[in-house]
Design a binder for this molecule. Sequence first.
Ligand code: ADP
Length: 301
Amino acid sequence: MKIAILSRNPKLYSTRRLIEAANERGHEVRVLDALRCYMNITSMRPSIHYKGENLTGFNAVIPRIGASVTFYGTAVLRQFEMMGVYPLNESVAITRSRDKLRSLQLLARKGIGLPVTGFAHSPDDVQDMLKMVGGAPAVIKLLEGTQGIGVVLAETQKAAESVIEAFMGLKANILIQEFIKEAGGADIRCLVVGGKVVAAMKRQGKEGEFRSNLHRGGSASLVKLTPEERSTAVRAASIMGLNVCGVDILRSNHGPVVMEVNSSPGLEGIEAATQKDVAGLIIQFIEKNHQPNKTRTRGKG
Ligand code: ADP
C-alpha cells in the first residue's frame, strides 16, 4: 500500500512509530503536513497538491491532526476522502469528536455512562445548574481545553460560582461536571482499534493532583479492564464513528463513565505502559479494511 500520514512533524513519537510499522510491513509511507496541502475543489476531479506536486496513488490516509489545526486538517482529509482514499478515521467523525459538548450529547443519547454534566450560557442560571450537577465540589472545564489545561476543581459552592462567573465573563464556553472523587485522581485510557480495546493503561495524577494527564506529571501503569469498561469503550468508539481512538474512562460509584474520546491518541504512553505494538495493529487494521471509496460519509454531513 501507499499510505499518507497527515502530521506536522515526522519526528513525533506516534508518527515515527506509524512510519516504522508501515515500513516493516512493506508499505510505502509519505508524511504530509496538512497545512502545506492545497486543494483544487472546483473541478469534477478533486485533487490535492503539495509543494508543487499533484498527489496521486494513495490507498490510505492516517490523520494525526492536532486540535489547533482541526478546521484546515479535516478539510484536507475530506478532500482525500472525495478522491476515494481510505481514511483511518473519517473527517466527519474527527470533527464530531473535537466538540466535547457534542460528543457528550451523542454518547448520552445512546446511554453511555457519563459524569453528570451541565452546560449553560447565562450567569443567571449558574446556581441552579450547579444544584443540578450535585453542587460542590464540581469540575469546571473549558470546552476548548486540552491536556488538562482549563480543567478546574472547585471545592466549594462559592469557589465554583466565582470560577464559572470568571470564565463566562471571558466569554469562554464551559462544562460543569460532577466531581468523581472516588476515581482518586486516576483515569483509564482505552485504545480502541477496529472495535476492540487493544491496549489499556491507568493514569494516576501526581500527589495532590486530581488530573491524571501524563503531560501534567501523571504516571501510567498496566490495568485490567472489567467487561463493562471494555464494552463502554468499544461502544463509545462506535457511537463516535471512530476506527481508532482513545477513550478516557473514570471509575465511578455508578460504573464506568466516559470523559472524552480522542481521535488522535498518542502512542508513546500506551505503548510504553503495555509493551503492545499499537502502531502495528493500526497498520494491520488498514491492510484489512482499506478499499477505494469506502467511507461511510465520503466527507458529507
Ligand atoms: P483534557 O481533555 O484537557 O485532558 P479532561 O476532561 O480529560 O481534559 O480532564 C483532565 C483530567 O482531569 C482527567 O484525565 C481526569 O483525571 C480529571 N477529571 C476530569 N473530569 C473529571 C471529573 N468529572 N471528576 C474527576 N476527575 C476528573
